[in-house]
Design a protein around this ligand. Structure first.
Ligand code: PLP
Length: 356
């Protein structure tokens, strides 16, 4: 039976990425060796790294004066590297969920952190709107897509100071205005590749302004100077990321992704708004994530939750159980998710409703 992969991360990848990576596991770039057993300094791997960095710049129209890095340690390491490198005395954060809260916790180790607003009062089911960002903060940190709660900031906010964003779960899903950011980071395992690689896009000018000593491995300058090869990079994951980037370019880039992502999300949200058995957890349509669609059973049908999970599982749906902090269901519909799988889930919801 066809499996429809709705896991939140690690998550679905294009067939193209999996096929090319499988080939390279046995014969990488005609070397007769595996991509796993070739030096990161070989000309073949250096070419992979350069092309991956160049494609990120091209696809996101990254202006001059920015560097693209492939690091390790996941988005969670960026929670501390960002303030270590970019925060003098003060920074500002928008608290839109548990990833944002974790980023705030780390930043507090380095100085004065202003939490400008939080949606914790409603279990993070909306994006706070009316807040004031202190003009003397070094940056304003946002989590553009809240993977667990199903909310997304669909435009780059104008707040008068540079932005920093955790885009782990929506990078490359739509165009962004990189010029507004001092730094963007994303763990690869949601929209790009397997876990093990982290993409960082950093404005060179924003670095070198803090007084504290920074350990070599945690200093962005180290990785810029050594072209992401100061230590051994995650070669296999980066190879896979490159395949996804090629696939993205071949399929029309981020503008085309945005268009299909809007259509896929609409299929699901329209059904959630129509079907009497289910309710979406994010009520304001402007805040609804196009990447992670979270929903629960309607109050009068809560006892059917397990039945629906079993019903959908029998129809090939995988990974739709909601995160424990929200409950219910979550359908992660990243770039690589075909519309057919979203339709299959919608049909399962309709069939389940008819049988009740
Ligand atoms: C998954 C996720 C993280 C955690 O990433 P790691 O690579 O596991 O550290 C952080 N932020 C967001 C928004 C995520 O979706």
């Amino acid at each position: 039976m066809k499996k429809h992969n709705f896991y939140a991360g690690p998550s679905i990848l294009p067939e193209f990425t999996k096929g090319k990576t499988a080939e390279a596991v046995t014969n990488f770039a005609g070397t007769g060796l595996s991509v796993m057993e070739v030096s990161h300094r070989s000309k073949e791997f250096v070419a992979v790294m350069s092309e991956a960095q160049a494609l990120i710049k091209e696809l996101l129209q990254v202006p001059d004066g920015y560097s693209v890095l492939f690091l390790q340690g996941g988005a969670s390491t960026q929670f501390l590297m960002v303030p270590y490198n970019l925060m003098g005395k003060k920074s500002a954060y928008l608290n839109t969920g548990s990833w944002a809260s974790k980023a705030i916790k780390e930043a507090k180790l380095f100085g004065d952190v202003v939490e400008v607003a939080s949606s914790k009062d409603a279990n993070f089911n909306y994006i706070p709107k009316d807040y004031v960002v202190p003009a003397d903060a070094d940056y304003f940190h946002i989590t553009s897509n809240n993977t667990i709660y199903g909310t997304e900031l669909l435009s780059d906010p104008d707040v008068g100071i540079p932005l920093v964003a955790d885009m782990s779960s929506d990078i490359l899903s739509r165009p962004i205005d990189v010029a507004k950011y001092n730094l963007i980071y994303a763990g690869a395992q949601k929209n790009l590749g397997p876990s093990g690689a982290t993409v960082v896009i950093v404005k060179d000018e924003a670095l070198g302004k803090v007084d504290r000593p920074i350990p070599t491995m945690l200093n962005y300058k180290t990785h810029i100077d050594k072209e992401s090869m100061f230590n051994t990079p995650a070669t296999l994951p980066i190879f896979a990321c490159l395949q996804t980037l090629r696939w993205l370019k071949e399929n029309g880039g981020v503008e085309a992704m945005e268009k299909t992502n809007i259509e896929k999300a609409a299929l699901l949200y329209n059904e959630l708004d129509r079907n009497k058995l289910f309710v979406p957890t994010v009520t304001d349509p402007n805040d609804r994530s196009r990447m992670n669609v979270t929903f629960v059973m309607a109050p009068e049908y809560t006892e059917l939750e397990k039945d629906f999970l079993d019903f959908a599982t029998a129809k090939g749906m995988v990974g739709i159980k909601g995160h424990r902090s929200v409950g219910g269901f979550r359908a992660s519909i990243y770039n690589a998710m075909p519309a057919e799988s979203v339709k299959a889930l919608v049909e399962a919801m309709q069939d389940f409703e008819k049988n009740k």
